[in-house]
Design a protein around this ligand. Structure first.
Ligand SMILES: [Zn+2]
Length: 512
């Protein structure tokens, strides 16, 4: 049976400030998933920017700009981040686009028709930093209860629209119990079940005294979170009956940070059900990147700047590091030194040296011409199931596992050089044995290029090009990764420079 088309989303990024490496992390993970799934069938990858809300309006005002000018200018940085890291999205949605805001109004009309919204008075608190309504009882020492925020909150007493969220509580709980995999990892799933068991209140969904948002009929603007969540369907053309929507909804995977799980796994499915639409298949809440155990944040001044990191290490090395360093889903600590070490060891020593040594020997002993495959190879039998194993890791969102499995092949190929010593085979004139190891190395490199392309698209393509097969990466592993497919007589070319030149420690800053 054909697989259902793959639709993956990142959260849309809030443009109150510039991107840090944590934003790149989510986009790179989504990109790796999309690149893998494109080898198998129809795939759609959406990202974008969340441009409304009080915080954006305030940031723009502080910069002396209109919110639209402010967001127009910042969105370029967010798109630039994708370009810098070769994040190849199919669509980038901005919530200020009419295709989105028109659909938000339609959503609101639908809720009204169903009787899922009503007018009421919101009396309570609001945290502008988190764009979240907080009831008095939830505050901690009179401040925002989010442990990462704890800012002052603002008293609101407004006539606003409410979404009848509480009526979806039982259905949500049933859905959670029937689909234990729908929110992952388990930590987030358990937190959300506990939240639901604690009861659910109706949600205030408009801001009558704000101007920077999607205007609602009768006044006020849509609460920025509901506005933002709708992007996942407005971009597919839900409101206009686009075929893309029919093809790709419900999303197979929605990636989020764990701090926004409540919005995506309680409010969002209820909104969809209010429209008689299915909830996404999986919402995956990844962990936080920390610096020395602390969450990265601009106010703490411990931000790793993603453009500078790509400049120093290369985009693919940073991509590799972020996907390899920790199991996808957990919190993990990073530093420039950790990136440098993985670049030099995993990429430079393991992979880069393998490619360099293999092609240099092929050039020296066979004039760069790939010999014929004998039909049997110990490495081929040992790794025959590797493409299927790596594919299963992608399906399970175990991105680190996909890399670890691939590294087993890299290690085996490096060991084969040391054990089988091609230079001695050449000296002794053992041509069949020499052909066999040279073929294993070239075919192994071809496999590595395929398996690593979702993670390191540029380096994998460079590596693949040196093999001289003349075609491009991106084919289906199930047909392309058959040992022996690399044709005899292919003219490979040794790489002129190493794939991953060694990066030395930063020189100490000169004395002032
Ligand atoms: Zn807050």
């Amino acid at each position: 049976m054909a697989e259902r088309p793959f639709y993956v989303t990142t959260p849309i990024y809030y443009v109150s400030s510039v991107p840090h490496v944590g934003h790149a992390y989510t986009s790179i993970a989504a990109d790796a998933l999309a690149r893998f799934h494109r080898t198998r069938g129809p795939t759609y990858f959406l990202t974008g920017t969340d441009e409304h809300g009080q915080k954006v309006a305030q940031a723009a005002a502080a910069a002396g700009m209109t919110p639209q000018t402010w967001t127009d200018q910042l969105v370029e940085q967010w798109k630039g981040l994708c370009r810098r890291y070769n994040v190849e999205y199919d669509d980038f949605i901005r919530t200020t686009e009419p295709r989105h805001s028109d659909a938000v109004v339609l959503f609101f009309e639908r809720l009204k028709e169903r009787g899922d919204v009503y007018l009421g008075k919101y009396e309570g608190w609001y945290c502008t930093n988190d764009e979240t309504f907080w009831l008095e009882a939830k505050l901690v020492d009179g401040r925002c209860p989010n442990p990462e925020c704890r800012r002052e909150v603002q008293w609101l007493s407004e006539d606003n629209w409410f979404f009848a969220l509480s009526k979806y509580r039982d259905r949500l709980l049933e859905y959670y119990r029937a689909n234990p995999q729908w929110v992952r990892p388990e930590r987030s799933y358990n937190e959300m079940v506990a939240t639901l068991e604690g009861g659910l209140e109706d949600l205030c969904i408009s801001r009558v005294n704000l101007e920077w948002g999607v205007p609602l009929p009768g006044g006020g603007v849509m609460y920025v979170w509901l506005d933002a969540l709708l992007n996942y369907i407005t971009a597919l053309g839900w409101a206009t009956g686009d075929e893309k929507f029919a093809t790709f909804w419900p999303a197979r995977v929605q990636l989020i940070g764990k701090e926004i799980a409540r919005f995506h796994t309680i409010i969002w499915p209820a909104m969809l059900w209010a429209l008689d639409l299915p909830a996404p298949e999986t919402v995956f809440a990844h962990g936080w990147i920390t610096i020395d155990g602390e969450k990265m944040s601009k106010s703490k001044g411990n931000v790793i700047e993603p453009f500078a990191a790509a400049e120093r290490f290369g985009a693919d090395s940073v991509r590799y590091f972020l996907m390899r360093e920790a199991p996808f889903g957990t919190d993990f600590s990073i530093s420039l030194e950790k990136i440098r070490k993985r670049h030099n060891t995993d990429l430079g020593n393991d992979l880069g040296n393998l490619a360099r040594r293999s092609l240099a020997m092929l050039e020296r002993y066979r004039g760069g011409i790939v010999p014929a495959y004998s039909g049997t190879s110990e490495i081929a039998s040992r790794f025959a199931d590797l493409p299927a194993r790596v594919a299963a890791r992608f399906e399970a969102l175990d991105l680190r596992g996909a890399l670890e499995d691939t590294w087993e092949l890299i290690a085996a190929l490096n060991r084969a050089i040391d054990d089988r010593r091609p230079w001695e085979l050449a000296k002794r004139g053992e041509d069949a044995a020499l052909d066999a190891i040279l073929y294993d190395l070239c075919e192994g490199l071809r496999w590595c290029a395929h398996l690593l392309a979702p993670f390191m698209p540029v380096k994998a393509a460079e590596m693949y090009a040196t093999l001289g097969t003349g075609d491009e990466l991106g084919g289906d592993w199930r047909t392309d990764l058959v040992w022996g497919k690399l044709a005899a007589g292919t003219r490979a070319r040794p790489a002129e420079a190493g794939l991953f030149p060694r990066i030395e420690d930063e020189p100490p800053a000169p004395a002032a």
